[in-house]
Design a protein around this ligand. Structure first.
Ligand code: ACM
Length: 265
């Protein structure tokens, strides 16, 4: 079995140094094999233009704070997932780093479906959905970010690629998604790991309330761990990746083999 933790906290808006300190403090105190932080955990969320976001954006495989997280994943032999604004030559992506124990297996996912004023700040992600496999833990993980939940294709694509668990760093502002994640778990028979944040951010015109309720769902859609709406919390659960791989539920039915893609066009 693999231990997994979600860190639900309220990143401080535009305070990268302080957020990185918080992230390291949690890494010091939480021992799980896999540890997941929310979307844009290093920067905070409610930027409305790429100019003000740019100083907080980090280059994958280059920025010292990301290299430090890779070092920890490698020396501590665990997987760290967190959201950050990713600086590239073409612009900024809303990304999640998946820091694997073997650095060469680490990857960055760029959010496919941009939400609300993210469209003013970020480029639409161009990595597509992919999975990573960690041999010692024998687990295959798929990654999506927050609003990707609205599109069942996100979880389906990852599940068809063999994901045992789908990790979703999030900054959710609606409770609707809580109805959807269990369904994605059931229809794909995968664990769903939703790492949301808490707190409020505002600009001159409006306020966003982040609705916590991070959760770890098993492959039957049942809740293994769930956080409160407003408190900073660490969630913990044990998961059995191999159990999610059996997609049949009786002698005649298998939810993947029974699919009829030729009927879906
Ligand atoms: C969201 O995609 N952060 C709601």
């Amino acid at each position: 079995m693999i231990s997994i933790s979600i860190i639900q906290f309220a990143p401080k808006f535009a305070h990268t140094i302080s957020n990185i300190e918080t992230i390291h403090a949690y890494l010091d105190s939480v021992q799980s094999d896999i540890i997941v932080f929310p979307e844009l955990a290093t920067s905070g969320y409610f930027f409305t233009d790429s100019h003000s976001l740019a100083p907080h954006a980090m280059e994958w495989n280059k920025h010292k704070d990301l290299l430090e997280l890779q070092k920890r994943a490698s020396t501590e032999k665990r997987i760290i997932v967190l959201g950050f604004p990713e600086l590239t030559n073409e612009g900024i992506y809303n990304s999640a780093g998946i820091f694997m124990p073997k650095a060469q297996e680490s990857k960055v996912y760029r959010k496919t479906h941009l939400f609300y004023k993210e469209k003013y700040c970020f480029l639409p992600g161009n990595t597509g959905f992919f999975t990573v496999y960690e041999q010692n833990m024998d687990i295959r993980l798929g990654i999506m970010i927050c609003y990707d939940w609205r599109f069942p294709e996100s979880a389906r694509t990852l599940a068809l690629q063999g994901a045992d668990a789908i990790i979703c760093p999030a900054n959710l502002v609606t409770t609707l998604s809580g109805k959807v994640f269990p369904a994605r778990a059931i229809e794909n028979k995968v664990y769903m790991i939703v790492a949301n944040r808490t707190g409020i951010e505002h600009n001159a015109e409006e306020e966003l309330l982040f609705r916590g309720e991070s959760a770890i769902y098993d492959y039957s859609g049942d809740i293994l761990a769930k956080a409160s709406l407003e408190h900073e919390e660490v969630l913990y659960a044990m998961i059995s990746p191999e159990k999610s791989r059996v997609k049949s539920f009786n002698s005649e039915n298998d939810i993947f083999l029974d699919r009829r893609p030729d009927m879906y066009a």
